[in-house]
Design a protein around this ligand. Structure first.
Ligand code: ADP
Ligand code: MG
Ligand code: MG
Length: 868
């Protein structure tokens, strides 16, 4: 079985076999772009390696040897040859790009002999020894896990002693001495001497890449981005080209469009006389592409033509890595470029207008999760005008954030867990910092450019990010940062403006973002394509107004209990619950009815004829009860009763398991007057609008229904009440009474329930809770372990469990529609806004999803994607 493919044997559609990097190196080779030749060891080999207890199988070893011979023939160089040494890079690459996650080794093949050959052959001793010290560093770190810091401190030491500013000041003699010192580090480690045989170096490196697939930072990244751990990685072995071979050489990274704004203009960074990781790791702050143009106008023109061709070919914005060796251009990588949400929508709209892609392709291009970033806050111009920034860096990722500063991933995590808003401040970030970045509101670095690791990851996560703040000096040891002479210790409060790159002292208040025109265009295209409606979960007029503004079609869920938790109403509600008899309830009910009528009136006025679905009271009664002695005394006073009488009443209402207790429609059966009051408020509010000529569509929703007799019992009461009201008003009104489908039993008898319910709305939170038997409030104690151990792939409260809960839902849909073909069915609850779950809802024929206001735009887009 073939496990290795040369670049000219692959194509871009072989990603799962060759990984993204390998497939695209192959594609660029076919396009005739200058790519240093090499081969890809496939993901199949990665699986074989894992099956073989993390040892390279013999068959694979043989295939590697053969492939090397072939590469020697192609390049006319030889492994371990002093005259013409072949040097290679060993680069990992999975099917899904994981920037900075896996490790790369450059200059492999150098040893104490070949380094002398390379120096002679290139007439550049400094260069040869620089390559060797890099190999020792990367190999030690990646293959043997020797701390990067050990190597770095040797380098820093050398520079300090000689008064050098940068690595470029190191002379050939210095580098030789450094190599000597690095080799001592190997001898001092448990691994022993650096392996001199290139074949040995290669097999160790390949094995290390395969093993690194399982390292913890790769796992964190995969979990964050929902990437399957079983796909494995490929390894690319590629002939080296040298960006560090002199002043006419260099290395760079470029995007075919601006990844922050989306502007159609090649954007990139370049470092003269440097090798690979120097640009991406942010160790040196790079120059713009103009530096390359100045160095070699011809190569620059060739570069522009090539990247334009790449974008045309891939129909998408590309992120390329390239190197100039003595003025000759080479491409080392291309992939779809990561971009901010703002850039994503602009590029998608522009490319449709340019005729490069179709509308549907544009809709698929934008990540629904990401566009909520566009709705995220910014600092108002007036707020900023009143402030003087402390300093300014590069605006790597937009957003506005305020919080306390921390200098390590661990302290950031701890502060976050203690409930603080955190800003992670670092000199530069490395993949180990991911865990800290996840919990931070913003990321700030003192070094690095727009394509540094910190910048790329911040954009990917939609976090506010400012990088390359030159006037910000981080002191890791003292846990403090000095900004233009002022010292800020850990925990100091700063504000970060990702849009401008400015940093401010103190906590500034952020405001809602203004609407993005390109987002509007994308959403209007999406609405034309989507088959499902998007409603909002809104309890207040301002939430609803926000949701309408974002394009909601109505309200799919108003949780009326939220209306009672307001301070002035809570007491009325308490009086109601504590009242022992029906007659004691008359007065508080009348007061609440008046308030509710006004609530509903406002929602219906905003809706202007759109559906407004109001769910009758649901929470366990004891949520309204006083919890401690102080509250007891207060409430007893307010209600004019003795503390002991109140205590007795509270004890009667106490439940061992409130979430499974006296709530939802069960409340309607024991306290029918509460639901009657709510229905009265709904109908009277609707009638007021109807009389004023405003169209109204009241939908009444009953929570927690289990059985048909229960539904019939409650519904009969409500219908009788409504008929009374309508008769009294001498008018008629179209209204619906539907049910939440959130009990597994309701799914089983959905056909019966459909005889009485005007509509179904799945409550995915309770349905998931009850189907798994997982208490949503207690899941934190075991869920992380379940995810870590792979027992669950996803948190079922974040993404629908298609196999279990999804099957129940499908059954309920089928049974419901078997009874009544036109039965409207929606989904409210958290999962309604989850793009992956929406895909499934579309498949089983759900009519609408109802989501929180800020998720409306992403749900609209996800519905369109589900329909394409
Ligand atoms: P990552 O996935 O972290 O981007 P890469 O495998 O792309 O890692 O390697 C990082 C950098 O190393 C590349 O951007 C490139 O500049 C450099 N590099 C990799 N292979 C070669 C090569 N054969 N010749 C010269 N530079 C290389
Ligand atoms: Mg890397
Ligand atoms: Mg790369």
């Amino acid at each position: 079985m073939q496990q290795i493919y040369f670049f000219n044997e692959g194509r871009r559609d072989m990603r799962s076999l060759l990984g993204g990097k390998g497939a695209n190196l192959a594609e660029m080779t076919h396009l005739g772009l200058p790519v240093p030749q090499g081969f890809t060891i496939s993901t199949v080999a990665c699986h074989e390696y894992e099956k073989n207890q993390n040892q390279l199988p013999t068959a694979l070893q043989a295939e590697i040897v053969q492939s090397l011979e072939r590469l020697e023939a192609i390049t006319d160089k030889k492994f371990n040859s002093v005259q013409t040494p072949l040097l290679v890079s060993v680069r990992s690459g999975a099917a899904i790009s994981m920037p900075g996650m896996m490790d790369t080794i450059l200059n492999l093949g150098l040893n104490d002999q070949t380094v002398i050959g390379l120096a002679e052959q290139t007439h550049n001793e400094r260069f040869a020894w620089d390559c060797y010290r890099r190999l020792l560093q990367m190999f030690g770190n990646v293959v043997y896990g020797m701390p990067e810091q050990n190597f770095e401190s040797v380098l820093a030491d050398f520079k300090r002693r000689n008064g050098y500013r940068t690595d470029l000041d190191l002379t050939a003699a210095d580098l030789k001495a450094i190599v000597g010192r690095f080799q001592e580090l190997y001898l001092e480690s448990e691994h022993g001497a650096f392996p001199q045989a290139p074949e040995k170096q290669l097999s160790l490196a390949v094995a290390a890449v395969f093993t690194s697939w399982q390292n913890s930072r790769a796992k964190v990244y995969r979990q964050l981005h929902h990437i399957d751990g079983n796909i494995g990685t490929a390894v690319n072995v590629q002939a080296m080209v040298f960006g560090n071979s002199g002043a006419d050489s260099g290395t760079g990274v470029a995007f075919t469009r601006d990844p922050v704004t989306g502007e159609k203009k090649v954007f990139g960074e370049f470092l003269q006389n440097a090798q690979g990781e120097d640009v991406v790791s942010g160790v040196r702050t790079p120059q713009g592409l103009s530096a390359m143009e100045a160095m070699s106008p011809q190569a620059y023109q060739q570069f522009l033509t090539a990247v334009a061709k790449l974008e045309q070919h891939y129909h998408d914005m590309q992120d390329v890595e390239f190197t100039l060796e003595h003025g000759k251009l080479y491409f080392l990588q291309t992939r779809s470029g990561k971009r901010t949400a703002k850039a994503a929508v602009k590029i998608a709209v522009d490319q449709v207008n340019e005729g490069l892609i179709e509308r549907n392709a544009a809709l698929l291009r934008v990540d629904p999760e990401q566009i909520s970033n566009l709705l995220h806050p910014e600092f108002a111009a007036a707020t900023l005008a009143a402030q003087t920034p402390l300093t300014k860096g590069l605006p790597a990722s937009p957003g506005a954030a305020s919080g306390k500063i921390y200098f390590t991933a661990a302290s950031a995590k701890a502060a976050h867990e203690a409930g603080e808003k955190v800003i992670l401040v670092r000199q530069d970030t490395s993949p180990e910092d991911i865990a800290g970045m996840v919990v931070s509101e913003a990321i700030v670095t003192s070094r690095g450019g727009m394509t540094s690791h910190a910048a790329v990851v911040a954009r990917g996560m939609g976090k506010c990010g400012v990088v390359g703040c030159a006037h910000l000096v981080v002191d890791q040891e003292k846990q403090q940062v000095t900004i233009n002479g002022t010292v800020f210790p850990e925990g100091s409060e700063l504000s970060v403006d990702g849009a401008s790159g400015q940093i401010y002292q103190g906590l500034l208040e952020a405001t809602q973002a203004t609407q993005d025109e390109n987002l509007q265009t994308i959403l209007s295209w999406a609405q034309a394509v989507g088959q499902m409606d998007v409603y909002a979960n809104a309890d207040t007029p301002s939430d609803f107004a926000q949701a309408l503004d974002f394009g909601a079609n109505g309200i799919g869920l108003t949780r009326t209990e939220h209306m009672f938790f307001k301070a002035d109403r809570l007491l009325k509600m308490r009086r109601l619950i504590i009242a022992g008899t029906v007659s004691d309830r008359v007065e508080p009910l009348a007061e609440l009815e008046e308030l509710q009528t006004e609530d509903f009136y406002q929602l219906y006025s905003l809706a202007q004829g759109k559906t407004v679905t109001i769910r009758l009271l649901d929470p366990p009664l004891n949520e309204f009860l006083p919890h401690d002695a102080k509250e007891l005394a207060q409430v007893a006073g307010a209600l004019n009763m003795s503390v002991s009488a109140l205590e007795k009443r509270v004890a009667v209402l106490h439940e061992a398991n409130p979430m499974l207790g006296h709530r939802g429609s069960r409340l309607a059966v024991t306290y029918p007057d509460i639901y009657e009051m709510q229905v009265t408020a709904i109908i009277n509010a609707a009638l007021r609008l109807k009389q004023a000529g405003v169209p109204v569509k009241p939908h009444i929703m009953l929570p927690l229904i289990d059985t048909l007799p229960e539904l019939q019992w409650v519904k009969a009461r409500l219908v009788a009440k409504i008929n009374d009201l309508l008769a009294h008003a001498q008018t008629s009104l179209h209204y619906q009474i539907g049910i939440m489908v959130e009990m597994p039993r309701a799914c089983m008898v959905a056909d019966e329930l459909a005889t009485e319910a005007d509509f179904f709305s799945f409550g995915t939170n309770d349905l998931t809770q009850l189907t798994f038997g997982y208490s949503r409030d207690d899941i934190g104690s075991f869920l992380p372990t379940y995810l870590e151990q792979g027992i669950l792939k996803e948190d079922p409260f974040k993404t629908l469990d298609v196999e279990g809960v999804g099957k129940l839902m499908k059954m309920a849909v089928d049974k419901g529609r078997y009874q009544r073909r036109s039965l409207p069915i929606g989904v409210c609850g958290e999962l309604g806004g989850d793009p992956a779950s929406i895909q499934y809802f579309a498949e089983i024929g759900i009519d609408y999803v109802s989501v929180s206001p800020f998720r409306v735009p992403s749900a609209i887009l996800a519905c369109a994607q589900a329909a394409i």
